[in-house]
Design a protein around this ligand. Sequence first.
Ligand SMILES: C[S@@+](CC[C@H](N)C(=O)[O-])C[C@H]1O[C@@H](n2cnc3c(N)ncnc32)[C@H](O)[C@@H]1O
Length: 207
Amino acid sequence: MSQTKGQKVQIRAYRVKVLLSRHPRVRKLKRLHFPSGHGNKFWTSSWLLMGFFHRRGLPERSRVMDVGCGWGLAGIYCAKKHDAVVTAIDTDPEVFPFLLLHAEINGVQIATVKRALGGLTSEDLRGFDILIGADICFWETLTYSLKRLINRALRSGIRMVLIADPGRPTFDELAEYFVQIQGGEILDWTVQRPRHIQGRILKIGSL
Ligand SMILES: C[S@@+](CC[C@H](N)C(=O)[O-])C[C@H]1O[C@@H](n2cnc3c(N)ncnc32)[C@H](O)[C@@H]1O
């Protein structure tokens, strides 16, 4: 079903199906689960990450960690389009039913782990190729946690980090720090699917 009472309830872009808040299955979950910390919907920067991989590629079977995953669309795209092995991390377990619903309708499997950014150890990070995050740098405290996490991830062998954001000051601070200390790049990025979306991607390292 993509319409209810004439209203659109589902969208699809980059081969990923997304149920909108008014879709009956999302409405049902919203009666049972109450994400806090902005995990109550999907955020637009996940489309920027999909656009990045669509243009630049992602080696098959890459091991991807999606931090602050929320509904997990960026990771679901990596699993569906590039056959990536994805682990989705969020501090709020109330987001996972929404993620698992989207994994199911997209026909992929995603592992979920309840953990705060600051709680991810080198042991947790070892074995992953790439760390991604969309719209997760919106508070000063998150900038601080992300700096520590990304440094730890790079020391643990993660080869590429991609953080996408609409371009908030907190993100700029994070991005400029990694441009200076790790040779990171700040990419102005635009996609046209599912609509015109503009933002930035911090890219550190390569695959
Ligand atoms: C704005 S949403 C973005 C969700 C998703 N990445 C997207 O693009 O739709 C931020 C997510 O980060 C999670 N979050 C907030 N603080 C966190 C922390 N300290 N550690 C891990 N996840 C956190 C929230 O629960 C929420 O799911």
